[in-house]
Every structure is written in C-alpha cells, then in structure tokens.
Design a protein around this ligand. Structure first.
Ligand code: KIV
Length: 272
C-alpha cells in the first residue's frame, strides 16, 4: 500500500511564535497568484506574503506606490485559495493606512474579511505605532516592516540601504521597539547592515524577518520571482537565485511558436 501523505498542519500566528521560541528559522516568500502560491505552500513555506511588490514584479510599475487596496484584496483571495498550510500575510498598500487610523482599521479589516488574509503588514516605525496598536486591538495580527521601506521611495531617494549612520541606526532600534510595544507579532527588517539587524533582533521580543539584513534574523523573506530568476529587470545584491527558470520558460514558448507556425501543433493526440 502506498504511504499516506501526512496532511501538513495549518500555520497560525501562535504557531509562528512557537517556531521562534524554539529557535526554528522562519521561511517566508511572496506570492501573488494561485498557481505559484500552490507550489510554495505544497513544499512547506511558513508564511506566504502577498507583498505590494506585486506592483513592480507583476504589474511592471517602477515603485509599489500605485498599488491599490482592491488589487491587494484580489491577489490575497487567489493566494488564500491556494494555501492549505502557510500563514497568509498581506501588505497594506500606500495610502491605505497612513492618513488616519480609522481608515487603517477599516482597510486592514477588508483585507481579512474580503481577502481572507490572516495578518497584515505595514511599513514604518514610531510614526505608525499607534495605528499598529489600533489594528492589533481589532484582533488582526500585524507584521511590521522597517529599514528600507519601499513605500518611502521618494524620501529615501531610491532603494538604498538604511541605518548606516549612527543616528539612523539609533532611530531604527527605536522604531523596532515601538512596533514591538504596539503588539506586532513579527517585524521585517529590509536593507539594513547585518550588525544592526543583529542588534535590533536582540532588542525586540518578536521574530525579525530579514531581507538584505544578514543571517542573525529569526527568518528570511525574498520575492519569489527573484529567487526563480523571473525578474529580469533588476536583481539586488541580497537576492540569491535558487533556480533560473526563465531559460526553460523561454525555450518552451519558442517551441510552441515554432510548432504553431510550422503546423506541428496541435497533433492528432491534442484534437477531438
Ligand atoms: O512587498 C514585498 O514583497 C515586501 C517584502 C519583500 C518584504 O514587502
């Protein structure tokens, strides 16, 4: 008899915190659509992040700023339908939480109610701590995100490593503490020196999830398309290509074009 495949247990926020407490590293990848979310879920990713990087990766914008709440709800629904075991976290897009906390609570609630997300992610530190607290008070788990925050593209003058100087580093530690104190369950550290990420990880009580933040974080997150070599536009230094699938995809599509043009496809086995 074939061995019965053990059904993976659904990951939850308490489950992620248990992993952290037990010293197990947390593996996070972005997901925006059903097919790829099925794949990452099936192989055991811990958290599927419906990132607003969907704007740059999938929609071709230069920044994440144009992404709307409706688009995030749409992509979240697809990912939620695919994920049987991963925890699904959705980014709150620019302008969905910065104006006032009433707006932020309603929009976080829409991502949970209409999208089916299990937690939301907000970019910012001390400046958004009250907003984080108010969303957490609605029983919506919040993941923070500090350092290189892509929604701050214009303030930063581009995608630049943050926290290099002493004053910036001090501010980032204060931001991390504020997000921790506001009740977030995890904190993304993006584009900060590895030593600072280590200092921040030691200064907070919640797991830190690094992206371009060195090995001391409690987990790592990367953009799925980056690790598969599907993002031909640009590739930051912190990305490791774990596979390069753009070559086989191109070759497959070229064969399809040739067979259609040459009349080899469809053959009798593909016809009724
Ligand atoms: O939008 C995104 O994909 C993100 C992660 C890369 C951290 O915020």
């Amino acid at each position: 008899m074939a061995p019965v495949k053990k059904k993976a247990q659904k990951k939850t926020v308490p489950g992620i915190l248990k992993m952290f407490a037990e010293g197990e590293k947390i593996a996070v990848l972005t997901a925006y659509d059903y097919s790829l979310a099925r794949l990452i879920d099936d192989v055991g990713i811990d958290i599927a992040l419906v990132g607003d990087s969907v704007g740059t990766v999938v929609s071709g914008y230069d920044t994440t700023l144009p992404v709307t709440l409706e688009e995030m709800i749409y992509h979240t629904r697809a990912v939620v339908r695919a994920c049987r075991q991963a925890l699904v976290v959705t980014d709150m897009p620019f302008l969905s939480y910065q104006v006032d906390s009433g707006d932020a609570r309603r929009n976080a609630g829409r991502l949970v109610k209409e999208g089916g997300s299990e937690a939301v992610k907000l970019e910012g530190g001390e400046n958004i701590a009250d907003t984080v607290r108010s969303i957490v008070a609605m029983d919506i788990p919040v993941m923070g995100h500090i350092g290189l925050t892509p929604q701050s593209f214009h303030r930063m003058g581009g995608y630049r490593v943050q926290g290099k100087g002493a004053e910036q580093a001090r501010q980032l530690v204060a931001d991390a503490r504020a997000i921790d104190a506001a009740g977030a369950f995890a904190l993304v550290l993006e584009g900060v020196p590895a030593t600072l990420a280590e200092e921040i990880s030691a200064a907070v009580s919640i797991p830190t999830i690094g992206i371009g933040a060195g090995p001391a974080c409690s987990g790592q997150v990367l953009v799925l398309h980056d690790i598969l070599g599907l993002c031909e536009k640009y590739s930051p230094r912190f990305v490791k290509k774990f596979a390069d699938v753009s070559g086989p995809i191109r070759a497959g599509i070229e064969s399809y074009i040739q067979e259609v043009k040459g009349g080899a496809f469809p053959g009798p086995e593909h016809s009724f």
